[in-house]
Design a protein around this ligand. Structure first.
Ligand SMILES: NC(=O)c1ccc[n+]([C@@H]2O[C@H](COP(=O)([O-])OP(=O)(O)OC[C@H]3O[C@@H](n4cnc5c(N)ncnc54)[C@H](O)[C@@H]3O)[C@@H](O)[C@H]2O)c1
Length: 282
């Protein structure tokens, strides 16, 4: 099946980026959210990045204007009733996502593929909440979406090969390199990231080395652009702790066990860069 019309549910941090890359790649996009104010803020962000692209000569003024003209905003989920593919990017809450999927299943034509941008929740459970479990799949975009080179596609136990093939082609049309993962906690990217962060925190907790030296072992030793502890500070320790708890609960995998040190820091309000204190002081 050829995808032409795309829908995005949620115009927050990730949703706005997904809308931008889809519209820039020529798709007609309808984006929904719960308030006009949030939709406007999302559009301001998209236009800011497109304008910067024009200034830097990465895109032409005409492409910028065409991209913006392909985006329609709406407060009514019903406006997604003619889409070929819909990507859900609402907050990481299983009940909320399940409600969104049940609603989309009611509204969308039978051929519509429903995708979730979840970081670690089970896609198969979302798929089974619909009457089209073969046409539900994970499309885990990495942040920030426009410059990121990767799209991790998550095949639920119920996803058909045809849906996988269509979504792979769609992802390539967005100029992303495709990874395909099974529906396991954290898929590939977040599993590796959380396992590495957890190991780095354990080394710090056990007094094996300083935060600086642990990070340097990865930046200078493996060429990572940022060390795991500095990255955890950047992403927010509350977010990292919440994701590792959710993934551990689902898997019982010791590599994903949330660390006591991280919990203490979160309880003390040391959440990383955003509070000025995490593994480092800012
Ligand atoms: N932030 C990241 O770095 C990142 C990276 C990869 C994946 N993700 C995943 O992407 C998803 C979205 O994350 P985010 O950071 O963009 O969150 P966000 O809070 O910035 O955006 C979520 C948006 O969904 C909207 N929303 C809530 N309920 C809605 C509904 N019923 N209908 C329509 N819109 C609704 C909210 O108003 C908000 O604008 C999550 O599942 C998250 O785990 C996030």
């Amino acid at each position: 099946m050829k995808i032409r019309k795309v829908g995005v549910v949620g115009c927050g941090f990730m949703g706005a980026g997904i809308v931008q890359v889809c519209a820039q790649s020529g798709y007609e996009v309808v984006v929904t959210d719960i308030s006009e104010q949030i939709l406007s803020k999302g559009m301001v962000t998209i236009e800011y990045y497109l304008n910067r692209g024009v200034e830097k000569g990465r895109i032409s003024q005409q492409d910028r204007d065409l991209t913006v003209s392909r985006i329609k905003r709406s407060l009514a989920q019903e406006d997604l009733n003619d889409r070929d593919l819909v990507i859900e990017a609402v907050p990481e809450d299983m009940e909320l996502k399940r409600r969104v999927f049940v609603g989309l299943d009611e509204i969308c034509p039978t051929h519509t593929i429903l995708c979730s941008n979840t970081s670690c929740l089970p896609i198969t459970e979302l798929a089974r909440a619909t009457r089209r479990p073969d046409r539900v799949i994970g499309t885990h975009f990495l942040s920030p979406v426009p410059p990121s080179k990767l799209l991790e596609i998550v095949k639920a136990d119920t996803t058909s090969d045809e849906t996988l093939a269509t979504v792979k082609e769609f992802g390539r049309s967005l100029r992303k390199e495709i990874l395909v993962a099974k529906d396991t906690p954290g898929f590939i990217f977040n599993y590796l990231l959380l396992a590495l962060t957890g190991a780095a925190v354990r080394l710090l907790e056990d007094g094996v080395a300083s935060a600086e030296d642990i990070d340097k072992s990865m930046t200078l030793g493996l060429g990572h652009p940022i060390g795991p502890l500095a990255l955890a500070d950047f992403n927010g320790l509350d977010v990292g702790y919440m994701v590792s708890c959710a993934m551990y609960e689902r898997s019982n995998d010791p590599c994903l066990a949330p660390s006591a040190m991280m919990k203490e820091m979160v309880d003390a309000g040391h959440l990383g860069r955003k509070t000025g204190q995490g593994f480092y002081k800012y």
